[in-house]
Design a binder for this molecule. Structure first.
Ligand code: PLP
Length: 455
């Protein structure tokens, strides 16, 4: 009797049947996507025009001539030129897979919502369910949703600076990427991303972990940290870090490296911000700091990309005062429904754990790349990464050769991307919800044939 009208609508037999038909039609259409397929000659002119318009409107070239048609199947995507390609970069880590039934179901539900965008003033129940789940699984107390990874990171900085007022400086690692706002472009360790911009924040950098020299890299980072603390006593509000550097070139750290640095920071009253925008959901745990058993040392965390909705997670002790955090939108209804579906799937469908799908997919891909390295050590180095973050260095790792390799990969039907400089690597963010082990085998064969072509 007390059933909400919204619930009655969702249970209406016409809605249930319409949803079933939509899912059925999508599944039938997907049957046509069977593997890599070249572009259709008849679509070439219109596709070229889409690309030309996109570049003209953006005022900048696209990295790949990549415009989707609106359907895919797992790791495969149909482009608007009629080609089918493996998408192993997932819009840089956003897609769990293409046209996945669980996401289609979630977003059909979202289409019935009364509002398209949900915000800070008005939100529906799924926003609160998502906040609860993220807070609970992060082992932190509070969750503030936002529309981009950059906004989640800005909010993290605001929380840290307010909690640690009047400290004004920040610590970060060499090679880090933090996002594209004025403050985050300043933190990001790439000069061209902040060319011509004013300096809104003062950042002191520490050398990052080296796999080749683990002990020495800790000693160097510790000495550098102590030097910054000596030079600017009680002036650092936070250490902001990626436990697995993504854009910087796919460099995982290690517990033995992070823990002593984080402990010293904590002892100095410096808050630890773990930027998990890229690493969330890609290892044996939801959060990379859980993978590295560092949960107790993290004060604030940010998530984005795979979560569809971005968020800043923090402890009660650092709770910001009213007025510090807000914005019109938190997410679209579709993103919220999709975020819940992905999170539930990651937790319940076997993705996590040391033998979970994330680690197995990563290990399989790495084994294939490792075999290529043994066969052609001068043409491919690596592999690098962890879980579904995978990378290798082609040839000498120069920017030009790596971009060229990414382009050849694209032309051969595999969408990857580059990361880092000196070396520039080819990297993948695997769509764990859609990719199959045989897809990885096929991609590895394509990589091998491209490397051999150069012989
Ligand atoms: C570690 C990290 N932080 C923050 C961001 C910024 O996220 P967004 O592009 O959604 O603003 C990114 C994006 O690549 C990232 O990798």
């Amino acid at each position: 009797m007390d059933q909400l009208i919204a619930e009655k609508l969702r249970g209406d037999s016409r809605v249930v049947e319409a949803k079933r038909l939509l899912m059925e039609a999508c599944a039938a259409a997907q049957q046509e996507i069977k593997g890599i397929r070249p572009a259709k000659a008849s679509l070439k002119a219109s596709y070229d025009e889409w690309i030309r318009s996109a570049e003209e409107l953006r005022g900048a070239p696209l990295f790949h001539p990549l415009i989707g048609s609106g359907i895919g199947r797992g790791a495969l995507v149909e482009l608007a030129d009629g080609s089918h390609r493996f998408d192993l970069i997932s819009g840089v880590g956003v897609h769990f897979g293409h046209s996945l039934p669980l996401l289609l179901s979630a977003t059909i539900d979202a289409a019935l919502d009364d509002i398209v965008m949900q915000g800070n003033l008005e939100q529906n129940r799924e926003a609160i369910t998502l906040m609860r789940l993220l807070a609970q699984h992060s082992q932190l107390d509070h969750c503030f949703l936002s529309t981009s990874g950059a906004m989640a990171c800005e909010n993290a900085l605001k929380i840290a600076f307010q909690a640690n007022y009047p400290r004004t400086r920040l610590l970060a690692f060499n090679g880090c990427f933090a996002g594209r706002t004025l403050a985050l472009a300043q933190i990001t360790d790439t000069a061209k991303y902040r060319e011509g911009l004013p300096t809104p924040i003062f950042v002191d950098y520490l050398p990052f972990f080296s796999h080749e020299r683990p002990e020495e890299s800790l000693l160097e980072a510790m000495a550098c940290l102590k030097e910054h603390l000596r030079r600017y006593p009680k002036q650092h509000a936070a250490l902001m870090l990626e436990l697995i550097q993504g854009e910087g070139g796919v460099y995982p750290g290690a517990r033995s490296f992070f823990a002593p640095l984080m402990e010293l920071c904590r002892a100095e009253g410096i808050l630890i911000i773990a930027d998990e925008v890229q690493s969330f959901g890609r290892t044996d745990h939801l959060f990379a700091y859980q993978h590295f058993a560092l949960s107790e040392l993290v004060d604030i965390a940010t998530v984005g990309k795979l979560t569809q909705v971005c968020a800043t997670l923090f402890r009660s002790k650092d709770k910001p005062r009213p007025g510090l955090l807000s914005q019109t939108f938190i997410a679209s209804s579709a993103s919220l429904h999709a975020a819940l579906a992905i999170l539930q799937s990651l937790i319940h469908d076997g993705y996590l754990g040391s033998d979970g799908k994330n680690m197995r997919l990563g290990a399989l891909f790495q084994a294939r790349l490792e075999a290529l390295h043994r066969k052609m050590p001068d043409r491919i180095r690596g592999p690098f990464g962890i879980g579904t973050m995978v990378a290798f260095t082609p040839y000498d790792g120069s920017y030009e050769r790596s971009v060229d390799f990414a382009n050849r990969l694209f032309n051969a039907g595999v969408i990857g991307f580059i990361a880092g400089s000196h070396p520039t690597r080819i990297r993948f963010l695997l769509p764990a919800g859609g990719i199959r082990e045989e897809d990885i085998d096929e991609v590895a064969e394509i990589i091998e044939s491209l490397l051999c072509e150069d012989g």
